[in-house]
Design a protein around this ligand. Structure first.
Ligand code: TIU
Length: 233
């Protein structure tokens, strides 16, 4: 990989070429983030997740301004639930289950209001939206083909939740050879301890799964890349 630009990060600086870098925004859906949604029905306080929205909106603007590929994901299922493993449906003790009718439509069902992305981070024309039935964004989706087709080699990973869909996706990506930088204030967990340890686990052991940096560092690098593009080869 040619690395014409760098982001200060843990455990080392993260080199990137804007043309092979994508911002991946994982599952910033109303069902997880709005009070009264599915996340809350699992017994969670959504306030911690909502702190992600503002810095992520800033990062999204910077990525768009720098011309970086932007990919959004949504976790959800077909209306007949045929793509939902029975164990996923049955697990836990939520007050409402996937497919039940909730305040924002049928929970985690494609096409329902609650399944879609929060207004503040809504995709714009040209951005890819990947619908995924699992926690990882590669499992049973077209993500690999999309990344290959666009020549993407490195990912800025954001979204919710840090220890579930973000971690699963980073692990899948790492095994496929993608270099992943997790943006610390643009990922969120319902559990502060999981947030802290989840981020530590990415960069531990010399970057066993990837790199970690905050959005200020990433936005600064994207702005400088946009204002000083690498010379033509
Ligand atoms: N997107 C995602 O992380 N799905 C989850 O179900 N996360 C939980 O933390 N429950």
């Amino acid at each position: 990989m040619t690395a014409d630009h760098q982001i200060p990060a843990q455990p080392t600086a993260f080199g990137f070429d804007p043309s092979s870098l994508a911002l991946v925004v994982i599952d910033m859906q109303r069902d997880f983030l709005l009070p009264g949604g599915f996340g809350e029905s699992l017994g969670n306080d959504v306030a911690l997740l909502r702190t992600v929205i503002e810095p992520l909106a800033g990062l999204l603007s910077a990525a768009r301004a720098a011309g970086i590929t932007v990919i959004h994901t949504r976790e959800g299922h077909l209306p007949d639930l045929s793509d939902c493993p029975p164990a996923k449906l049955a697990r836990g003790n939520p007050s409402q289950r996937i497919g039940d009718r909730g305040r924002f439509g049928r929970i985690l069902i494609r096409g329902e209001y609650g399944h879609d992305i929060v207004d503040e981070l809504a995709p714009i024309a040209g951005e890819v939206v990947i619908d995924k039935p699992g926690k990882g964004a590669f499992y049973a989706t077209e993500l690999s083909d999309v990344l290959t087709g666009k020549g993407i080699r490195s990912l800025l990973v954001t979204g919710v939740t840090t220890e579930v869909c973000v971690h699963t996706t980073v692990r899948e990506a790492n095994d496929r050879g993608y270099e992943c930088l997790v943006v610390s204030d643009c990922v969120g967990s319902y559990f502060p301890e999981f947030q802290r340890v989840g981020l530590e686990m990415i960069a531990a052991q010399g970057g066993i799964f990837g790199w970690v940096a905050d959005s200020g560092s990433v936005v600064g690098a994207l702005e400088s890349a946009a204002s000083s593009p690498a010379p033509a080869q």
